[in-house]
Design a protein around this ligand. Structure first.
Ligand SMILES: NC(=O)c1ccc[n+]([C@@H]2O[C@H](COP(=O)([O-])OP(=O)(O)OC[C@H]3O[C@@H](n4cnc5c(N)ncnc54)[C@H](OP(=O)(O)O)[C@@H]3O)[C@@H](O)[C@H]2O)c1
Length: 285
């Protein structure tokens, strides 16, 4: 299987490279933003024509959630139009497209896990741009997998786990204040990437939610990070109102694994089991 990976320099992109290295039947063509800017339509078409992949996996995105509020055009250029161009190329060159999306397409007001067919209602520019990207992919390319995920962390790049470890290990900081009123499902990119590889080997096209199972708050997540890292520092629960941000964060963005289960795929392990496994994996490095 020849797999063209966009956004290869991002945290999910790097994880895909790591996972694919152990797969003898996967010929990976990883392209960073510098090598393929997905918002350049001609370049997208030429690249797909040259590589002739069986699968395009779009791990690239404009992910600066707060900055997007004032940089609307750039967010839509990448997350909506870039996705459109990839979908057109996948359609024209008859390959599968696996497109990564987000819990931010929902409004965060639910009181039960979001299912794949629930109505989207994004509350931020980033969420709107990602939702429009999904729409283009769905309309243009029949052979699509749209995979929504949430609260990603990895050994690569900046993410919540790295931030907590940095604060936790800073001797000048006595305690760490973390919001307790946002609930979601932390997801290790390693588990997500393995599931993506499984999906793209099939023809079970459609929209999926892929997150580590169970849910927690950022506050409880931080405490679990410190426990795993054996950091003995107080974590202080605070309200979202104490951390005002340009883009409002969803209060509740748990994603149900319903579609994975219905289609016979294994849902991901629980978020706390994944976190423990993550810490074991970095210890061994
Ligand atoms: N991080 C999360 O918590 C989270 C949660 C839910 C869903 N997601 C989704 O998961 C996917 C992967 O996210 P991630 O955490 O790996 O993000 P990331 O680390 O920010 O990686 C995104 C990559 O896309 C690249 N990129 C930006 N604009 C591009 C363009 N025009 N053409 C090609 N590449 C471009 C970025 O390059 P530069 O760094 O050079 O800009 C970066 O390497 C995204 O679709 C995101 O929306 C993420």
């Amino acid at each position: 299987m020849k797999l063209l990976l966009t956004g290869a320099g991002g945290q999910l992109g790097k994880e895909m490279i790591h996972i694919c290295a152990g797969q003898s039947d996967v010929a990976l063509c990883p392209l960073s933003r510098h090598e393929l800017d997905i918002s350049n339509r001609d370049h997208v078409i030429r690249t797909v024509a040259d590589i002739k992949p069986d699968v395009i996996l779009n791990a690239s995105a404009y992910t600066k959630v707060d900055q997007a509020e004032t940089d609307r055009e750039a967010a839509f250029q990448v997350n909506a139009l870039g996705s459109q161009y990839l979908a057109e190329a996948a359609r024209d060159f008859d390959c599968k497209l696996c497109h990564i999306s987000t819990d931010y397409v929902f409004d965060g007001k639910s009181n039960r896990p979001y299912e794949e067919d629930d109505r989207t209602n994004p509350m931020t520019v980033y969420g709107h741009s990602k939702a429009l990207g999904e729409t283009y992919v769905r309309q243009i390319c029949l052979k699509h997998f749209i995979v929504r995920t949430s609260w990603l962390y990895s050994a690569y790049g900046s993410n919540f786990v790295h931030t907590m470890l940095r604060l936790g290990n800073n001797p000048d900081i006595e305690s760490v204040r973390v919001v307790k009123d946002q609930t979601g499902s932390p997801t290790w990119t390693f588990d997500l990437a393995r599931c993506l590889l499984q999906l793209v080997r099939t023809e079970a096209y459609g929209t999926y939610h892929v997150s580590n199972t169970g849910w927690t708050t950022w506050y409880e997540f931080a405490k679990e990070i410190f426990r795993n890292a054996q950091i003995d520092k107080p974590v202080v629960p605070v309200h979202t109102s104490e951390f005002p941000r340009p883009a409002p964060r969803p209060t509740y963005s748990v994603l149900s694994s319903k579609k994975l289960i219905e289609r016979g795929f294994q849902p991901l392990r629980s978020w706390n089991a994944a976190l423990t496994a993550y810490f074991q994996s970095i210890k061994g490095e």
